[in-house]
Design a protein around this ligand. Structure first.
Ligand SMILES: C[S@@+](CC[C@H](N)C(=O)[O-])C[C@H]1O[C@@H](n2cnc3c(N)ncnc32)[C@H](O)[C@@H]1O
Length: 243
């Protein structure tokens, strides 16, 4: 089991039994390493061992397509109420951060990535996340798959993070169970408008778009205020329901 070793702002992923070089010396990771242990380098520098949690995956997965940020995933999950056993159709996989979060919540995820090399990396990322048995990473275009496959059955949730999401939304009523949700993430408002129009035209209900903005707060000796660093806006989330 891959674990995190942490010392201040140093954070590394390590495997049991490996020798891992850090700037504070070499960690000889025991075969039976457990979260909660403290292990030391050959220079006697201690590192805490932690179990990987989903937000750690955002920082440590190998990146391909720009991953959804944990805060946006939180908004998505809150809106649609993902639960164990839900069947999810996801596209495109990209890095697979969203797929991994959903899998770790107990959903059964079928995800499509049209770039074969990205799909390969995503499969390795699902192994790292411990959800390779629950997240099926398919190489190919999701629209082709919708046209060609007749074994999909009904999904409880459709999660889309692609430019062609409006074309998939048009097919949502055929893919979703009664009461199922479609959730689309888009960084741009033009694409969001197209998604909303597609959802309305296809007869989905409860169509709703939200811009996702969060401001981190700074607290220092001078006072308290929203941080002037970083980005407040990440994108838009659009939801609709098959009822
Ligand atoms: C922004 S990334 C997705 C990131 C992902 N949601 C995550 O959290 O890591 C978009 C990905 O969708 C893929 N893609 C775009 N259109 C697609 C389609 N029609 N079918 C399958 N994959 C597609 C792209 O190759 C890209 O890797």
């Amino acid at each position: 089991m891959t674990v995190l070793v942490v010392r201040g702002d140093r954070e590394f992923l390590v495997e049991p039994g490996e020798d891992f070089g850090t700037d504070l010396g070499v960690l000889d990771v025991p075969e039976d390493v457990e979260p909660g242990d403290t292990i030391t380098t050959h220079l006697d520098e201690p590192f805490e061992v932690r179990r990987l949690r989903s937000p750690d995956l955002f920082h440590h997965m190998e990146r391909t397509g720009a991953p959804m940020m944990p805060r946006d995933i939180g908004l998505l999950v809150g809106h649609v109420g993902v639960q164990s056993g839900d069947r999810v159709l996801d596209a495109g996989t990209g890095t697979g951060v969203l797929s991994a979060y959903l899998g770790r919540m107990g959903a059964e995820v079928t995800t499509f990535e049209r770039k074969a090399e990205f799909a390969e990396v995503a499969r390795e990322n699902m192994e790292l996340a411990g959800v390779a048995d629950r997240v099926d990473v398919n190489s190919g275009d999701v629209l082709d798959a919708i046209d060609e496959r007749d074994d999909f059955g009904e999904f409880d949730l459709l999660t889309l993070d692609t430019q062609d999401a409006p074309d998939v939304v048009e097919r949502a009523p055929d893919l979703l169970a009664d009461g199922g949700f479609v959730a689309v993430y888009s960084p741009f408002v033009e694409n969001t408008r197209e998604v909303v129009e597609a959802a309305r035209e296809t007869g989905l209900s409860n169509v709703e778009s939200q811009e996702t903005i969060q401001r981190e707060m700074d607290f220092d000796d001078r006072g308290s205020r929203p941080s002037t660093r970083g980005v407040g806006h990440t994108g838009y989330l659009t939801f609709a329901r098959n009822v």
